[in-house]
Design a protein around this ligand. Structure first.
Ligand SMILES: [Mn+2]
Length: 298
């Protein structure tokens, strides 16, 4: 995965000595250490599974207030929860954080995905101050219309054979488990976080051309609907690029790559790769990607 980020500009945010401890908002509540965005898009948290990197997401959310926050599906993993209940305190903390953020004036919009399809029954309702919608259209500060969807409707595997998706899901859980063990060992040797599952999926899925087909299908539909761009998740592969004149944005996930799409006050879009850990927190900016986005916005 890191090889994809060769061109990145790395910048550490609050590498204060004596890194912020768990649950201590104090260092992160210091405005000088935080960066506000106009909008933040995150998806594929998969709360309710051991893979969800709750602490990392909490750190990210504390560091980045925003006017808008879009939850672009697979926020809670109903499929996994049905199989095996897993709900540690950190997952509650994230839910509380999201509800509090909405209460404090951030517009929080929840677009359910396939793993949290149960939430599709509540479209048009609110969880606290969180709006649940089937899809959204976000207008950027520079006037571009972005269609916001989870993206599973474009996944032929999910659409045509749901059982096949379940099988894939089990395999996926296995690689995530392997990934956690691997990174525990890496951490012991002082090595940074590295995503095995991202790496494998990158290899396997690009071989199948699955990712490209998905991206093109989504972008094409966005254009057909008259939007300038689309924001989706689902395939756990963060991306910003122009596809036939449509800005395709995928905000990635919080089980492996820890990525978010953010909109600056001027409407500029950027992918953020959160590299913070309990030993400190940081951010890697996808410089090349935002350059591509800038071109696309021109
Ligand atoms: Mn999904």
């Amino acid at each position: 995965m890191l090889t994809r980020f060769d061109a990145l500009v790395a910048r550490s945010w609050f590498s204060a000595p004596g890194a912020p401890g768990e649950g201590s908002d104090s260092a992160l509540d210091d405005d000088a250490l935080r960066q506000r965005y106009r909008s933040i898009f995150i998806s594929d948290l998969h709360m309710g599974t051991p893979g969800f990197q709750a602490e990392a997401l909490l750190d990210f959310l504390r560091a980045h207030p925003s006017d808008n926050l879009y939850l672009v599906g697979d926020v809670i993993d109903g499929w996994q929860l049905r199989r095996k209940w897993f709900w540690p305190q950190a997952h509650n903390d994230v839910v509380q954080k999201l509800l509090r953020r909405a209460r404090k004036g951030c517009r929080v919009v929840y677009v359910p995905g396939n793993h949290d399809e149960f939430a599709r029954a509540f479209i048009g309702h609110r969880f606290g101050d969180i709006e649940v919608v089937e899809e959204a259209v976000h207008v950027t500060a520079d006037g571009r219309r972005l269609w916001v969807i989870h993206g599973d409707y474009f996944d032929a595997v999910v659409q045509c054979a749901k059982w096949l998706a379940y099988v894939g899901d089990n395999l996926y859980e296995f690689t995530l488990k392997l990934n956690r063990h691997l990174n525990r060992v890496r951490a012991r040797f002082g090595l940074p976080y590295w995503s095995l599952s991202s790496y494998l999926k990158h290899k396997v899925k690009s071989a199948l051309n699955y990712v490209t087909d998905f991206e093109v299908a989504v972008a094409r539909e966005a254009r057909r609907r008259g939007h300038q761009g689309v924001v989706c998740g689902h395939i756990h592969r963060a991306e910003i690029r122009d596809i036939d004149g449509v800005l395709y944005c995928n905000d990635g996930d919080w089980v492996e790559s820890r990525t978010a799409l953010v909109e600056h006050d001027d409407g500029r879009l950027e992918l953020i790769h959160w590299t913070g850990s309990t030993a400190g927190a940081g951010v890697v900016r996808l410089g090349a990607r935002s350059a591509a986005a800038a071109v696309a916005s021109a």
